[in-house]
Design a protein around this ligand. Structure first.
Ligand SMILES: Nc1ncnc2c1ncn2[C@@H]1O[C@H](COP(=O)(O)OP(=O)(O)OP(=O)(O)O)[C@@H](O)[C@H]1O
Length: 600
């Protein structure tokens, strides 16, 4: 089951309270539309009242035929009934339209809110969740809320009104006959509550399993190259099949529960109807009831059946919806860890000095990845981070845009502690090229433009030239308008990287963070891009992680990390002559040639 560790499943003992809490939260979402909703509920209630009058009109009509044989009255009553049906149609239209509108509106608002909330979460949050599970909540679960809004309001008002009205009018017509109904209704209600609980539990499991299947499909489709490369299509298909079969099992149990419930309710009501016919027939024979009375009575009995049926359906819909809604609310209730308190100042335009002051950081509490790091980089310097794989280079870089916050120590940009200003204002002044380039399924232009949404065509082209990308873009049929495909699959790794560099160049930021930005380029392209980067780096503070020594050699300063500790700090020439990790790594690379895989 997807993410069960972080989302505890509901316990059946607390069901009614939890159901009520969830329903209240769902209804609160509809509060901004209360007037329209109120109008729709009123129209629905009026429609229900009209429906209550219909059997009385019918009774009069039948009495006019069978008891008094009054033709003029028959005509008038027929016309009256027609008017009632027109009114009922009108109210039903207004009610249904208003309710459905509100339902769709609430879903739209909820999707917007949930999506914005997701964007307010930190990388840590996403590292612990599956994309498919989150998208499933955003699509499948949110739709269930709509059912709750429309059904909860439409059905509860209409059915309660129709139930109470029908019962009252039945008692007035013949109280002895009504007793049959009063025996059946409590039995059905008790059954509805029992079945409702069962269905709600199943509904929640179903949504969890649905999220699980979506996540499996998402993951293997996103990684289709790996799947095919390892000939694991059959394996992935069977994984998905198993998940879908589990889904079927739960759906099957849910359908079983609701079908059993409907059949039981149907039987109870038709049984009661037979009893009414029998006993009502006796009353007519005894002269205590007219035919019109009996017909009206049966109509009310149907009304009651419909209302109780409607209410029990409502209960199971609410149970289903509440199961799904809980999953949404649990997400919404997760505190947004990547948002700033209101009133926090923005970072003023920076020069680009960066200082780490006794920074210690751990992804998982208790196992620090960076230990007590302290260093200061003046504005405009290029700093290379060097160290074996897993030493913490990428982690160090990801602390600067506050993808993560250190557990102790502080990071300053110029003289400002980055935790005292908004993340938005900090990130706006940084440009990042990360190890795994992500391109959006859009045109090349749009992907470069991501660095600066207001950039002119000329600026985009300049950035592309500087990143040595203009040549290959111009050679494409659609040039800058060419679509890159999902995650940029239609481009080579090197082309993707050059677009990512162009995107960062376009940003014109004071601080550049380049995490193996040129690793996918061939020697010739790298040399050209490196030229562009070198020119760009001249006036900016740059942190660079690169496998190849060329970049590292020219850096103003090299920080050597080993197992999360800063073990050496100096220029290439200084460190080359010092015995230590840098010398060992550099010797290794010189021996193996410039394409050695160990960093630097
Ligand atoms: N999201 C994460 N959650 C938990 N641990 C992580 C996470 N990302 C990285 N780590 C761990 O932190 C350590 C440092 O990783 P980091 O990516 O910073 O190393 P690196 O020096 O950049 O390595 P490489 O040169 O291979 O990219 C590694 O032990 C890694 O397993």
């Amino acid at each position: 089951m997807a993410d069960d560790s972080s989302f505890p499943s509901s316990s059946s003992s607390a069901l009614p309270t939890r159901l009520w809490t969830t329903v209240r939260r769902i209804l609160r979402l509809a509060w901004p539309y209360r007037w329209r909703l109120g109008g729709a509920v009123l129209a629905t209630a009026l429609g229900a009242m009209v429906a209550l009058v219909v059997p009385l009109g019918l009774r009069e009509l039948l009495n006019a035929v069978f008891e008094t044989a009054n033709r003029a009255l028959l005509d008038r009553l027929t016309l009256g009934l027609l008017v009632l049906f027109v009114l009922q149609a009108l109210f039903s239209f207004l009610g249904r339209y208003g309710l459905e509108w509100t339902g769709e509106r609430v879903v739209t608002d909820l999707r917007k809110r949930l999506y914005a909330h997701l964007h307010g979460q930190s990388l840590r949050f996403f590292a612990n969740r599956r994309t498919g599970d989150l998208t499933s909540r955003l699509t499948n679960d949110v739709s269930s809320v709509r059912d709750a809004v429309t059904q909860a309001l439409a059905e509860s008002f209409t059915q309660v009104l129709s139930l109470v009205g029908s019962v009252a009018l039945m008692i007035v017509l013949n109280w002895r006959l009504s007793l049959i109904i009063f025996v059946v209704v409590p039995v059905v209600t008790a059954a509805a509550i029992g079945f409702g609980r069962w269905i709600r539990r199943l509904a929640r499991t179903l949504q969890d399993e649905l999220a699980d299947t979506t996540a499996i499909a998402e993951e293997s489709i996103a990684g289709i190259r790996t799947v095919k490369g390892f000939a694991r299509s059959a394996y992935e298909t069977s994984r998905y099949h198993e998940a879908v079969e589990r889904l079927f099992d739960t759906a099957h149990r849910k359908v079983w529960a609701s079908a059993l419930f409907s059949a039981l309710v149907g039987f109870l009501f038709f049984g009661a109807l037979v009893a009414i016919f029998w006993y009502g027939g006796l009353e007519v024979l005894a002269g205590r009831l007219t035919t019109g009375d009996l017909v009206a009575f049966i109509f009310y009995a149907f009304n009651i059946a419909r209302s109780v049926g409607g209410l029990s359906r409502l209960y199971s819909t609410l149970n289903s919806a509440a199961g799904a809604s809980e999953r949404i609310f649990q997400l919404l209730d997760e505190p947004a860890t990547d948002t700033d308190p209101s009133g926090m100042p923005a970072l003023p335009p920076i020069n680009g000095a960066v200082a780490f002051d006794h920074v210690t950081f751990a992804y998982d509490p208790g196992t620090p990845v960076l230990h007590d790091l302290s260093f200061a980089v003046p504005a405009g310097q290029t700093v290379a981070l060097v160290g074996p794989s897993g030493a913490g280079k990428t982690t160090l870089m990801s602390l600067i845009p506050r993808f993560y916050d250190p557990q102790s120590g502080s990071i300053r940009v110029d003289a400002t502690d980055i935790r005292s200003v908004t993340r938005q204002s900090l990130r706006e002044q940084l440009a990042v090229v990360s190890q795994d380039v992500h391109l959006f399924n859009d045109t090349i232009r749009a992907n470069i433009c991501y660095g600066n949404l207001d950039a002119s065509d000329a600026a985009i082209e300049d950035a592309a030239r500087a990143a040595n990308a203009h040549g290959f873009i111009a050679a494409l049929d659609d040039g800058y308008e060419a679509a890159v495909g999902e995650r940029g699959v239609k481009l080579s790794g090197g082309q993707r990287q050059r677009i990512a560099i162009a995107r960062a160049l376009l940003r014109d930021a004071r601080i550049l963070l380049l995490d193996e930005a040129t690793s996918a380029l061939d020697a010739e392209s790298e040399a050209e891009v490196q030229d562009a980067l070198t020119r760009l780096m001249e006036s900016r503070t740059t942190f660079v992680i690169a496998h190849r020594l060329a970049t590292v050699q020219d850096a103003d300063r090299i920080l050597v990390l080993d197992d999360g500790r800063l073990v050496q700090d100096g220029t290439h020439d200084e460190l080359r002559t010092q015995p230590g990790l840098y010398q060992r790594l550099a010797d290794l690379q010189f021996r193996e040639g410039s394409d050695a895989s160990a960093s630097p």
